[in-house]
Design a protein around this ligand. Structure first.
Ligand code: ATP
Length: 382
């Protein structure tokens, strides 16, 4: 079925967040999933809905992350893309072709365009690095001379040209994962699926492997779909992200937009875990008390884009006749774009503080109230 015809007949992927311009048209999607459902029979006859109507488009050349807690359905979803897992219903279009319509030799052939990298590397311990990398080629019947060329090529791509004769037990975790990636690349795929590829690695090695995946995407023009339970991985390398919960995609969009303007409470929790605690409680304890008739409110302000915060804060103090103390602040980067996170203590009449937060929102700043421990203690005493 031609992709464009199929795309016009299918519903678009739901929950697409801001910046629709960044979302691919289904016709350009390297991977287009529509309404995927996969139920597993559970104990006592209660079915687990591992996938409960998932639709997604992954554009050619992008790194797309799927994030979710354990049991959200991520593994089931990624395994549906190469039909290691067959959905009960839905559509799995990869590189313009419906895979569910294929079987036998045709399906095996199309799967060679989809490489897969695993959390625990899945290397054969009795084989050398070169023989592990060449394994999928051997299975596909690629002649020896061609195999050797491709093995050399794949090992060079991951920086392990000198380890061809080593055995997996002689390698570090990061090197084993590089072998896993070389094995996925040996058949020269167009798509790379990464199933928690860095979850078994320490933070430094994780950074190295993520940088490698990004470089390979650029160098080979790959499309990468990765699943992870860590928003930090998404923040590091993904262009777009989908957040999954209980078999459904609950939010999707450009990584920068999802981080700076999360809409779903689960996404907010994921992001809070990544950005970390922001207002040190000791600092709050040392803040002055509000004057009579005034209120003290703690606010977290996230800003992205052109507004200079310093100018915004002094302007707000003048406009709304209130004091704004900066408690802490930092600049971070998501997908190469800077954003700032600041904690403020606002002192003034409640109506003026409300007007200030409304004005900040109008300027495109994301304002989140933070519980004031002093106010809580007072309320408890009353
Ligand atoms: N083969 C299976 N048989 C029965 N239930 C399954 C099977 N595979 C997955 N499930 C169930 O489907 C749900 C989704 O599982 P899945 O592994 O896709 O989630 P996940 O987000 O990848 O979680 P994890 O990171 O823990 O693997 C879970 O409740 C899981 O127990």
């Amino acid at each position: 079925m031609p992709v464009s015809a199929a795309a016009s007949a299918s519903p678009p992927a739901p929950h697409e967040a801001a910046a629709p311009a960044a979302a691919p048209a289904a016709a350009l999607a390297a991977i287009a999933l529509r309404d995927l459902r996969r139920h597993f029979a559970g104990r006592g006859g209660v079915a687990t809905k591992a996938l409960d109507g998932v639709s997604l488009d992954v554009a050619a050349g992008e790194i797309f992350g799927i994030v979710g807690r354990s049991g959200a359905g991520k593994s089931t979803l990624i395994r549906c893309v190469n039909l290691l897992e067959r959905p009960d219903s839905g559509e799995v279009r990869v590189l313009g072709e419906e895979l569910l319509d294929l079987d036998g030799a045709a399906l095996r052939d199309r799967r060679r365009r989809i490489g897969m990298v695993f959390q625990h590397f899945n290397l054969l311990s009795s084989r050398t690095v070169a023989d592990n990398v060449g394994f999928p080629l051997e299975v596909a019947g690629v002649p020896r001379a061609e195999r050797e060329t491709r093995i050399r090529e794949a090992l060079a791509l991951v920086g392990l040209a000198d380890k061809a004769g080593a055995y997996p037990a002689q390698l570090s975790g990061g090197q084993k994962q590089r072998v896993g990636i070389a094995r996925a690349l040996a058949p020269r795929p167009r798509i790379l699926l990464c199933d928690e590829a860095t979850s078994a690695l320490d933070p430094e090695t994780t950074q190295e492997i993520l940088a490698l995946i990004k470089r390979l995407r650029d160098q080979l023009d790959l499309t990468v779909l990765l699943i992870t339970h860590e928003m930090a991985v998404v923040k590091e390398i993904c262009d777009r992200v989908a957040v999954m919960e209980r078999g459904q995609v609950i939010e999707t969009g450009r990584v920068f937009d999802v981080f700076t303007q999360p809409r779903h409470p689960t996404t907010r929790r994921f992001i809070a875990d990544t950005i970390g605690h922001f207002i040190p409680p000791g600092t709050v304890a040392r803040l002055p008390a509000p004057r009579p008739g005034e209120e003290r409110r703690l606010l977290q302000v996230l800003f992205a884009g052109p507004n200079s915060t310093r100018a915004v804060i002094s302007e707000a103090s003048r406009r709304f006749a209130l004091d704004l103390d900066i408690i802490s602040g930092r600049i971070d980067e998501i997908a190469g774009e800077p954003f700032g996170l600041m904690a403020l203590a606002a002192y003034g009449a409640p109506a003026q503080i409300d007007a200030t937060t409304a004005w900040f929102a109008e300027l495109g700043l994301t304002v989140t109230p933070v519980a004031d421990p002093a106010a809580q203690t007072k309320a408890e005493a009353a």
